[in-house]
Design a protein around this ligand. Sequence first.
Ligand SMILES: [Zn+2]
Length: 438
Amino acid sequence: MRDRCAFQEELLPRTIAEALQIPFYQRHWRGRNAAMVASLGDLPSLPLLSKDELSEADDLLRDGERAVTLIHSTGTTGRPLVRFRGEAELAAVRAVAHRLAEVREAEPDVVFTTLGASIHGGGVPTPSRAHVVVIACSSKWLIDHAVTLIRRSPIIPSLDDASIELHGRPRHLAILATELARFPISERVHVRAVTSVGYGISRSLRRFLQRTFPNAAVRDTFSLSEIVAGAERCASCGGYHMAAPVVAEIVALDGEGPAPDATGRLVLTELFPFSQLQPLIRYVTGDIVRAVARECEEGGGFDFVGRAAVTPVAVLGGRPSVVLSPWTLGEILEEMPGAARSPLGNALTPPYDVLPMGPPYLDARLVEAEGGQRLVLRVGVSFAPQLHPEAAMAFERDLVTRLVEEDVHFRRAQAMGLPCELRLCQSDAFPPPSSLGK
Ligand SMILES: [Zn+2]
């Protein structure tokens, strides 16, 4: 933790000075100079940078430097972005990755990485001693092919005893694990690592992956295509920690300073030299997170609350507060018999379009009612609630009990008297899931 802070303190002044060379930041920071932001504690005095500002500014690029790579974000937290990267920053990333590869102990021999419609976390090529094999999960034929390779890797005959890492988005890992679980365990024990990239894996998917690959370290990473380094879930405190070149802040829902309690907007600053051509300083990611309470030697960790666009926020006790965590609701529903699950993505062909491991159907929003606001919670169930009223009542009771136990936001909102209406629906009442979803 001390090392991380010292590293960030050292890189911050140059980050600010470099950004001040760019017309966008001169305008955006309204006359502030580098001396005013000399340490991490001064960072909250700078204005936030929104996705809209980032995509509309045509003078956010450093003059005279050439973009060597473009990275498109998927727009899951707002509008899609194009991010430019220059040779100098890619060289810095590669240098660090080389050092990491040197000190890393148990690197797998072969990494199978899944190709997706989006490239969260996959935008900057990093060196590795492992053979990297790209596989796809977009059709039955491609999945069968991938599974054959993973069961035994005949493509690299010299690596008969190769150790394998599976790397990809949670839904791809779910598909591969489902397929590989059909074969004897002896054909899966050489999978030594499973790394999820994107928005994190739920408790139930983590358990399934661990059961299917008992010899593997399951790594849960959070990454955004527009940020060079991601976060990893920590075995010690259970929260995510951003990699050292990125400063993470949890910012108030309605201001630019620190969140008054543990929940707020995730705001990231990429430090020089990892961000040069188009620096991101106090960038609002579109995610709402909560600081984990447990002390950790890695520093402050955070957990997901939900995408800002789908997380209900009401004024409680005089200030805006999250009244339900969609992430926690999703994790609870995944563990409840009777909750409907969406297919793993409509880009997939049968039979994987009906694999019951996709996100649950849920929708939480505030509606104006007489005398104030009301939280309306719609949840998809796999039975007809009007034909089975007793099952519906039991489901509702269990869900509310678990939400009160597990979601601090919901518990507080209920304690403060926010009315909540729970509606059970069948899955056809919800829009079809996005192929770009988890
Ligand atoms: Zn930790």
